[in-house]
Design a protein around this ligand. Structure first.
Ligand code: GCW
Length: 712
């Protein structure tokens, strides 16, 4: 009977994300119930109601009994949530909340009128909501509620998702089905999913969302669509989330009837000012614009001989009276430019340092090429001391196996944020660039800070296309709140909240997640290789991709394999991209003897018999790593198989099936890459290495006309 009960878990389809609120184990529940007997929470504002409802729902679900609602503390075990303004109890406690800002909170065990209580206190309602989610997380992850004394405040101000969603419902680089925004039925139909989306984001502290693709459509700025956007903003507001829109630079022409979009033209400037006024009449707390300009064919200021600063500042001036922000992307590489693509963003942006308005953030991808499985940190970080730079990570796995591969991105984000730019000596990490602390003395006083993640959310029942991809949304949000947090600790809490607190499950699953990104690097792009995927759709291996509209959209441009060796020489003897880094970093990256091996072929072209750290010649090391990646996936399958009794059947089965797909595709990446590169190395496979299953011609012949997420 007991056994039956233990396994009678509800059917799980992943829809509840990390907010399942299923009963915690009996021993913990007994102890925790005594700390959640009654809930003292106001509901005079929408944000207060959201916090109160979340706590009631969460505590009821986790502990099996809903706490009594009360206006004041009447018994031991009360949970008091709110601000000095919303709660008389909190006002009386005289807590020091000075360091918490508008979004921070504290959680503390206190005594109120002789009763033991837990207080979740903040300066603003939104801080209290974040604190409520934190309190629930303590329960969800099996932590004690005794003697609590926690303080949290976000280190980054704008923590936003970027949806690459088109108005027709297609999601560029989306692998979780169609867009969740049902534009056609908005503004009238407010799908309950929008509320759950807001809850999930608020639980992580995400406070902004850009609803439409950076390859944008000017129609998003027309009155009809603004009304739809306003409806979403209404749903999100109680959760502290502002909406932003990607603005098409040529909108004044396309929907404004003007002849030009020149940012210095008075009529154009007027048009944007009027547009901003109109937007704020419809959405008073509108966040601002995200812009992809003069990049991959998008219109921009350079079409009129103007600069990125001219373009960004025009929009900034239009938004400034309303408190809006411009997030101007640095993902640029020009059509004419013959220079190394890795250098172009730096070349275009650094001369404009200090020339952007105070409400502009320059949004920089973590690496200089494009969200590859591994890239060295972008040389712009640290190089624009007078301009706030915002991080752009990709959550959706465009280059990391789409929805099926289990690749936890926490280690990738952590590696990028911990990278040391050395611009102000050791410890000048990218995280400190992002949170503004590295250049506190040179940045504009009015500056803001930000981190963006390209969302992996779609209409799929499980939101993200796979159960484990939810972890990538989760870790992005947690790292945006605190860029110095640990990927492993976050994986641990996510596993507990999403699956189970069973130590025999948590340990192996966290372990498996932590190595999964390195495995993908191994079976896709080891040793600093990059941009080797299939053309256009980016699915599967395509190291042979060459020709077509532009060299820097091919693979051969990046790997440069020939009889004499492989790799892109970005040292002083090559493109000299290394010179864009601080001298200490440039010296290291530029020296083939000192460059970290994971970036060897990113920065150097080396012969096939180049001796690697393991002692193996380069060719052998390459093959070794491809195989090691495949082996890791096999190991993950085994681990997961062994956990069958510790997780619900529904999710277990899907993860198991996806791991099977991942193994097949990892093998495909390995085999196709080895078959291709062997035509240059001319070397035999090392002892014990299996030859590719098929011929190179076979791999090259594979076509995927309907692979999901394509740009077109
Ligand atoms: O990674 C590339 C993608 C494009 C994307 C572009 C960008 C939105 O392949 O689909 O376009 O980056 O970041 O602008």
């Amino acid at each position: 009977m007991l056994g039956l009960l233990a396994f009678a878990v509800q059917a799980e389809d992943g829809h509840d994300l990390w907010m399942r609120y299923v009963p915690i184990d009996a021993a913990n529940a007994a102890a925790s119930r005594s700390h959640a007997t009654e809930l003292v929470a106001a509901d005079a504002t929408p944000v207060q109601s959201a916090a109160r409802a979340e706590l009631a729902r969460g505590l009821g679900g986790l502990l099996g009994v809903a706490p009594a609602m009360s206006d004041t503390v009447t018994r031991d075990g009360a949970v008091v949530v709110g601000t000095r303004a919303s709660s008389r109890v909190i006002a009386r406690l005289r807590l020091d909340t000075r360091q918490l800002g508008a979004e921070g909170y504290l959680i503390r065990s206190v005594r109120v009128d002789g009763h033991a209580a837990t207080v979740i206190a903040a300066n603003e309602d939104i801080g209290a909501l974040y604190g409520a989610f934190h309190f629930l997380r303590l329960l969800q992850t099996g932590q004690s509620l005794e003697n609590l004394d926690l303080r949290e405040a976000p280190r980054v101000k704008l923590r936003v998702l970027n949806h690459w969603d088109n108005l027709d419902g297609h999601v560029e680089r989306g692998y979780a089905g169609a867009s969740i925004w049902d534009w056609h039925k908005l503004p009238d139909w407010r799908d309950p999913r929008y509320t759950d989306y807001a809850r999930a984001n608020a639980s992580l502290g995400i406070n902004g969302t850009v609803l439409n693709n950076v390859n944008s459509n000017a129609l998003s700025l027309t009155p009809m669509y603004l009304e739809k956007t306003a409806a979403l903003a209404d749903v999100f507001r109680p959760y502290g989330i502002r909406v932003y829109l990607s603005a098409r630079f040529s909108a004044p022409i396309e929907i404004g009837g003007l002849e030009t979009a020149d940012p210095l033209d008075p009529a154009v400037r007027r048009w944007w000012k009027d547009k901003a006024d109109e937007i704020y009449r419809t959405i008073p707390d509108f966040g601002g614009f995200l812009v992809k300009a003069n990049s991959e064919g998008q219109p921009g200021p350079q079409d009129y001989g103007r600069t990125h600063a001219d373009g960004a500042n025009m929009l900034a001036d239009a938004l400034a009276p309303h408190g809006g922000t411009v997030m101007w992307r640095a993902f640029v590489y020009s059509h004419e430019e013959p220079d190394d693509r890795a250098k172009q963003a730096y070349t275009e942006f650094v001369p404009h340092d200090g020339r952007f308005r105070g409400n502009v953030l320059v949004q920089v991808k973590n690496g200089a090429i494009d969200f590859q499985p591994r890239e060295p940190f972008h040389p712009l970080f640290g190089a624009m001391p007078k301009t706030p730079l915002m991080m752009e990570f990709q959550i959706t796995k465009e280059y990391l196996g789409f929805a099926t591969h289990l690749v936890y991105l926490g280690p990738l984000y952590e590696e990028a944020l911990k990278a040391d730019t050395r611009v102000r000596g050791p410890g000048s990490t990218v995280a400190k660039v992002i949170d503004g602390s590295l250049h506190g003395d040179t940045l504009p006083k009015s500056r803001t800070t930000g981190m963006a993640g390209v969302a992996n959310i779609g209409a799929d029942r499980n939101w993200s296309g796979s159960h484990f991809d939810q972890a990538n949304w989760y870790v992005f949000g947690r790292m945006a709140w605190n860029p110095e947090s640990s990927a492993r600790a976050i994986a641990d809490e996510w596993v507990r909240m999403t699956f189970s607190n069973d130590a025999a499950f948590v340990g192996p699953v966290v372990e498996m997640m932590m190595g999964s990104r390195e495995a993908a690097v191994d079976y896709m792009t080891p040793l600093g290789l990059h941009h080797l995927m299939g053309r256009g759709h980016h699915y599967g291996p395509g190291p042979w991709v060459e020709g077509g509209p532009r060299a820097d959209w091919t693979s051969v441009y990046y790997h440069r394999a020939s009889r004499d060796g492989i790799g892109f020489d970005r040292s002083a003897t090559g493109s000299n991209a290394v010179a864009q880094y601080a001298p200490a970093v440039a010296d290291e990256f530029g020296d083939v003897e000192r460059v970290p091996e994971e970036f060897l072929l990113w920065f150097h072209h080396v012969p096939w018999d180049h001796r690697t750290a393991s002692g193996r010649p380069l060719w052998d090391e390459l093959v070794h790593r491809y195989t090691r990646g495949v082996d890791y996936v096999k190991k993950m399958r085994g681990t997961w198989q062994g956990l069958e009794s510790r997780v619900d059947a529904e999710r277990h089965a899907q993860v198991a099936s996806f791991l099977g797909i991942q193994e097949k595709e990892a093998q495909w990446w390995r085999d196709a890459s080895i078959a291709y590169f062997q035509t240059f190395s001319g070397r035999p496979l090392p002892e014990g290495e299996a030859p590719p299953a098929h011929s190179l011609e076979y791999y090259e012949s594979l076509q995927f006309p309907y692979a999901p997420g394509d740009g077109k």
